[in-house]
Design a protein around this ligand. Structure first.
Ligand code: HEC
Ligand code: HEC
Ligand code: HEC
Ligand code: HEC
Ligand code: HEC
Ligand code: HEC
Length: 440
């Protein structure tokens, strides 16, 4: 009797699978698994949204532009939403009635053209549609576990394992079939083996493949565990959700400190955080600082904004003309929380180190309507920068002074002077990795 798979011209896969059924099934699983990982790497709607749209849109609330949730449905059959997002003013010229109505409804404010592909726009709109407002978080950043993009990987592992199981059970089915054939030919059937036995059997006969697969899994898990350990209980960076507590007054950093050419007020950070330059703390401004402007500016950009400004008046006891009532200080929720055993000083970094606020606080003036913790604030983060950052020597009064004194005294400081002379020296070389510099 001729077994069909032995026919001439049988497909290559069938030939491979016959020679080494276990290896075939497992390589199939691995290929499918890798394929699945690639399939997951679609454009990241949330990131694209935050980078390009969040200055004007919220997923679930109207802002400068309408809430994007449901936009796809609103455009269904009425126009080309991709063309609109790419260049809304060009699209308006087509005379599309829905677009025209939208434009008029939103005070004829023009949406900026967006250099994005259709897939990227779809990803953004899908993100907006799926958006669920976050549950308000308490001030303790250690109680919320990271979530989001990073969390695909457990699923990938589950899928890979499932495929492995399916692969091995298929090889069982194949065995039953071939046993049926053997029986028909009057031969002894192959011994029946459990799943574990089959796995061991396969590994024994394919040692190289088994060790490579094993190594792959182990390395993968270690890398993932390392990643997870690095971010446990932490917020910030590009991978981890940012800690962003709700504040008693919705103070908008982008609006106040953002660039003027984007329609913002471009107020200098230190106008409000004036002690950053000269003390440990940057400080939070008192409502009197707000009143320097808001005694005159009593209207925001939206009715909600105006209501928020009224809260400043309640806090300082202002009735629109004079201070009458009792002031009630605003209780801002602290966003950054270093543990007590770690010492951080703004003056050292802002005045001496000449670092921009944004190097540690991120694009707060570009895309943070609500102040959020952007950097992870782990020890790894501090010492990583101290290792790579060159101290800015040129034109820095502090180091000019040191150089002058070294030249005056010339008491065996040749080494140090050489260090300082080449104007390239990391914070680490100056002692920025000494435990006691950062720990009490
Ligand atoms: C500078 C502000 C601004 C930016 C940035 C911006 N938009 Fe808009 N968007 C608007 C305004 C304003 C409208 C209302 C229509 C109008 O007046 O042009 C709007 C309307 C829309 C609409 C139609 C909504 C509806 O209800 O039908 C969509 C969809 C949209 N924007 C998507 C996006 C996407 C996606 C991005 C980011 C890639 C983006 N917008 C970036 C201001 C902006
Ligand atoms: C008009 C005043 C004002 C300006 C200008 C301003 N801020 Fe703020 N900032 C505040 C207020 C009020 C808070 C407290 C409320 C909040 O967290 O949103 C705050 C909070 C912060 C926080 C979080 C503090 C915490 O609780 O840990 C950071 C970081 C910050 N600002 C950085 C900046 C930077 C960087 C700039 C310049 C790009 C800037 N601010 C400009 C008023 C201002
Ligand atoms: C080298 C990194 C770094 C730089 C540069 C930096 N900050 Fe900070 N900032 C921090 C850290 C870390 C904290 C948390 C401190 C704590 O909890 O004790 C913080 C906290 C704050 C706070 C909360 C209140 C406080 O003082 O603890 C404000 C406001 C703030 N920074 C504003 C600024 C402004 C404005 C600038 C620029 C002038 C700036 N920061 C530059 C790292 C930095
Ligand atoms: C240097 C001037 C200035 C200072 C200081 C200032 N603001 Fe404002 N703020 C403005 C202006 C101007 C607007 C209105 C912007 C507009 O309508 O385009 C505004 C708008 C607002 C709004 C409404 C935002 C919206 O979305 O409509 C709030 C809330 C607000 N400010 C809170 C504060 C708080 C709280 C402080 C103090 C920590 C403060 N501002 C300090 C100038 C200032
Ligand atoms: C973005 C880079 C950067 C980050 C992040 C950073 N630092 Fe620094 N740090 C510097 C620079 C630059 C200096 C050197 C200033 C100088 O002396 O010129 C410095 C100096 C210091 C010093 C003084 C060192 C000395 O030799 O006197 C201490 C203490 C310090 N940092 C603590 C911290 C802590 C704690 C953190 C984390 C919470 C941190 N830094 C995060 C850049 C950074
Ligand atoms: C540049 C500043 C810096 C230096 C230098 C530094 N640390 Fe840290 N360290 C920190 C910060 C900031 C934290 C808090 C991190 C957090 O809460 O995630 C920390 C946390 C720790 C913790 C964890 C404590 C806890 O509550 O979990 C230990 C232990 C520690 N440091 C030991 C050391 C030792 C030992 C050295 C010297 C070899 C050292 N550190 C040098 C900034 C520093």
């Amino acid at each position: 009797m001729v077994v069909p798979t032995k026919m001439l011209g049988m497909p290559l896969v069938a030939r491979i699978s016959e020679r080494s059924p276990g290896l075939f099934n497992i390589s199939l699983s691995v290929i499918l698994f890798l394929f699945a990982s690639v399939a997951f790497a679609q454009p990241d709607g949330e990131k694209l949204f935050k980078g390009n749209c969040a200055s004007c849109h919220k997923p679930d609330k109207d802002m400068t532009g309408p809430a994007l949730k449901g936009a796809v449905a609103r455009w269904e059959g009425k126009g080309d939403i991709h063309a609109w997002v790419k260049n809304s003013s060009a699209y308006l010229k087509t005379g599309n009635p829905y677009a025209t109505e939208l434009f008029n409804k939103w005070n004829k404010s023009v949406m900026t053209a967006q250099a994005l592909s259709d897939e990227e726009i779809d990803a953004i709109l899908a993100y907006a549609d799926a958006y669920v407002p976050p549950v308000p978080k308490g001030p303790d950043p250690t109680t919320v576990t990271p979530e989001g993009e990073g969390s695909n990987w457990p699923w990938l592992v589950v899928i890979a394992l499932l495929l492995l199981v399916v692969g091995l059970s298929l090889s069982g089915v194949k065995r039953s079939l071939s046993n049926a054939v053997r029986e028909a030919e009057g031969k002894e059937p192959e011994p029946d083996m459990s799943f574990g036995q089959r796995l061991r059997n396969w590994a024994w006969h394919n040692k190289a493949a088994a060790s490579i697969l094993g190594l792959f899994i182990v390395v993968f898990l270690i890398l993932k565990m390392w990643d997870a350990a690095w971010v446990i209980g932490v917020y910030g960076g590009d991978e981890v959700p940012h800690y962003k507590p709700e504040q008693p007054i919705l103070f908008n950093h982008t609006l106040h400190a953002g660039k003027a050419d984007k329609g913002n007020l471009a107020i200098n950070c230190q106008y409000c955080h004036s002690s950053a330059e000269k003390s440990k703390h940057a400080g939070i401004p008192s409502t009197n600082v707000c009143m320097n402007c808001h005694s005159a500016v009593n209207e925001g950009r939206t009715p909600e904004g105006t209501k928020e400004i009224a809260k400043i008046y309640a806090a300082v006891g202002w009735d629109g003309k004079a201070y009458t009532g009792k002031p009630e200080p605003v209780k801002w929720v602290k966003v950054h929380n270093l543990p007590d055993h770690a010492y951080f000083n703004h003056q050292q970094h802002v005045s001496v180190g000449k670092l921009e606020c944004q190097e540690c606080h991120g694009p707060i003036d570009e895309k943070m309507d609500v102040a959020e913790q952007w950097a992870p604030l782990t020890m790894g983060w501090c010492i990583d920068c101290h290792n790579t950052k060159d101290v800015k020597m040129a034109g820095n009064g502090y180091y000019d002074e040191i150089m002058a004194r070294l030249e005056e005294t010339d008491m065996g400081h040749a080494e140090l002077k050489k260090y300082l002379d080449d104007e390239k020296i990391s914070v680490k070389e100056l002692g920025g990795w000494e435990c006691a510099k950062c720990h009490y």
